[in-house]
Design a protein around this ligand. Structure first.
Ligand SMILES: Nc1ncnc2c1ncn2[C@@H]1O[C@H](COP(=O)(O)OP(=O)(O)O)[C@@H](O)[C@H]1O
Ligand SMILES: Nc1ccn([C@H]2C[C@H](O)[C@@H](COP(=O)(O)OP(=O)(O)O)O2)c(=O)n1
Length: 227
């Protein structure tokens, strides 16, 4: 760590981190860390093993020994995630799993257990790191730190449309309530709360298209000599 370039993208649920990070990784040819997936995997493993979400010792063991494989199929955007031999790519993305992930992520010892696993994603190619504390805790030395925001209503609309497009039923009000509860938990926890790093560039994406956000971040990367 330290010698290779890192761009961090932090922000609340639905601000566009995952979308922008995968486009950035493709455009720059860099590695990608979806740190939220690691917290979601701990939550899912807890469910599979019947571990309660407040059983810190058992959760730490699960986090430290996550048996997971990430694989990308050539020419496909989607990453396939295998947990303990079972494909979990879809169950990982549910709103329930996101809410459970936010609960286990509030526990300091669970965060500590995932720290080195996250830093190991750095390669000489460079790394795009997507999460809540990428710029503040995990990669404080990153060359470029981006903090994405958008109004809670816009973020709920985006999630709603995402679920409808997948053919899943959804209630806009329930999604908005969930987003607000998750924002409050992620921003107010004692360890590694969601907030912009002091040297982060904040971008409000409420009125911006995906293309405009991507162009703006690539512009910042160019200013820093990263491309
Ligand atoms: N600037 C934007 N304008 C409109 N829709 C967006 C924008 N950014 C992302 N989206 C859409 O919003 C949804 C949530 O985006 P996602 O990247 O998963 O957010 P996050 O990773 O921050 O939770 C996706 O369906 C995505 O296509
Ligand atoms: N670096 C991170 C990434 C995610 N988390 C926690 C807090 C989030 O609510 C959950 C799920 O994160 P994820 O990025 O997958 O969720 P969204 O796609 O933004 O809805 O995990 C975290 O505490 N720190």
């Amino acid at each position: 760590m330290g010698r290779f370039p890192v761009i961090t993208v932090d922000g609340p649920s639905g601000s566009g981190k995952g979308t922008i990070c995968s486009l950035l990784a493709r455009e720059l040819g860099w590695n990608l860390l979806d740190s939220g997936a690691l917290y979601r995997l701990v939550a899912l493993a807890a469910r599979h093993h019947g571990v309660a979400l407040d059983d810190v010792d058992a959760l730490v063991i699960l986090a430290a020994h996550l048996d997971v494989q990430f694989s990308t199929v050539e020419d496909q955007n989607e990453v396939t995630i295998i947990l303990e031999g079972e494909e979990v790519s879809n169950s990982l993305r549910t709103e329930d799993c996101g809410a459970d992930a936010s609960v286990v992520a509030s526990l300091g010892p669970v965060r500590d257990a995932l720290l080195e696993r996250q830093r190991a994603f750095v390669t000489e190619l460079g790394l795009i790191a997507d999460g809540r504390d990428m710029g503040t805790v995990v990669f404080p030395q990153a060359e470029l730190k981006v903090y994405l925001t958008a109004s809670a209503e816009e973020r709920a609309n985006r999630r709603y449309n995402q679920l409808i497009n997948k053919g899943l039923g959804a209630s806009l009000q329930a999604i908005l309530d969930d987003i607000q509860a998750r924002d409050a938990r992620d921003m107010n926890r004692a360890v590694a709360p969601l907030k912009p790093a002091k040297d982060a560039i904040s971008l409000d994406t409420t009125e911006l298209s995906i293309e405009e956000v991507l162009a703006s971040v690539l512009d910042q990367a160019r200013h820093k000599g990263l491309r």
